[in-house]
Design a binder for this molecule. Structure first.
Ligand code: GDP
Length: 304
């Protein structure tokens, strides 16, 4: 985890350094506050959030009457933690219930990192001693199912596949049904990320979700629908995220490729926009490059 924090800090240090330089400047005047705002906006925090945060920070600095950079840095940290929201429930719901495996659907546009994320989550669960089954419900691209199977082999779990061009929902159904029969703890279903029109996406994901829950006991639905988002796509990614969130009820966000961007502020923007917590972050292409997200840990990495 220390390694991951270091990597996140490195990719974000432009932001942290910039802010600290500004806070340490001799004159904390109007110009400095504007530069602080610009720095946060450039980090994709969003204009509204930035304005709100800087206003609150300025007010606190004024009330305390401090000019000490360390004190201001501590206040900034508090304000950032507040906007990232430490009260959101970020626990991944991956607990078997009676006969039913926990079922996690992973959705998002192609290239966002869905398959990689499924592999990484499987790896974590297996390390915790839990049994896992993968479902390759992206039947549109043969390569997608192959890639998922490769991840499964690497992590030591099996992958349920369907015929190419087959019905994604029926693959999801088979995976969940098999998971139930075999007493598997968690079934992770990778879905197709074709960004067709909203209606098409809605029909497709809605059906996968509905059909995948059929083998489960009455009243027990899908445990998690995770939206995977590429942090490097910034505000464009936000638009796509909204389309997915409208198409299917999302329970959590996985923000990938945070190792490749200094725009970590997108975490805040996307949470606020969708009203759903970021639960996991991807920090590289490797199997271990996945970390749970916490507001404090994230802000510390941002400001380190
Ligand atoms: P999918 O189409 O949504 O299933 O996306 P993939 O899982 O195939 O990932 C697309 C590309 O992004 C691959 O080259 C992955 O190795 C890469 N990738 C996924 N997650 C991360 C991450 O957290 N950091 C980095 N740097 N690359 C990632």
């Amino acid at each position: 985890l220390a390694k991951l924090r270091a990597r996140l800090a490195r990719s974000n240090n432009a932001l942290g350094r910039g802010l600290l330089t500004l806070l340490s400047s001799d004159t904390l005047d109007e110009g400095t506050w504007e530069e602080i705002e610009d720095t946060l906006i450039l980090a994709d925090l969003g204009v509204d959030t930035t304005t709100e945060l800087v206003d609150a920070l300025r007010e606190r600095v004024r009330v305390i009457g401090t000019r000490d950079p360390e004190t201001i840095k501590a206040l900034l940290r508090e304000e950032l933690v507040r906007v990232v929201d430490p009260t959101m429930d970020r626990e991944l719901k991956v607990y078997r219930e009676g006969e039913d495996p926990a079922v996690v659907l992973v959705v998002g546009v192609n290239g966002a990192g869905k398959t990689t994320t499924v592999g990484k989550i499987a790896r974590v669960l297996v390390a915790e001693g839990r049994s896992v089954l993968l479902g390759a419900a992206d039947t549109f691209r043969a390569a997608a199912a192959d890639q998922l199977t490769t991840w499964g082999d690497r992590v030591g779990v099996e992958t349920v596949r369907g015929p190419e061009g087959g019905d994604p929902a029926s693959v999801a159904f088979s995976a969940v049904e098999r998971g139930r029969t075999e007493g598997t703890d968690v079934v992770l279903v990778d879905t197709a990320g074709r960004l067709q029109n909203k209606k098409g996406l809605m029909d497709e994901l809605g059906k996968v979700k509905r059909v995948a829950s059929r083998p489960l006991s009455e009243g027990h639905g899908i445990d998690e629908v995770l939206l995977v988002l590429d942090a490097t796509t910034g505000q464009n990614g936000m638009q796509q995220a909204k389309v997915f969130a409208e198409a299917v009820d999302i329970s959590g966000i996985v923000l990938t490729k945070l190792d490749g961007t200094a725009k970590g502020g997108i975490v805040v923007a996307v949470q606020r926009e969708l009203g759903v917590p970021v639960k996991l972050i991807g920090l590289g292409e490797g199997a271990d490059d996945l970390a749970p997200f916490t507001a404090e840990g994230f802000v510390d990495a941002l400001l380190d």
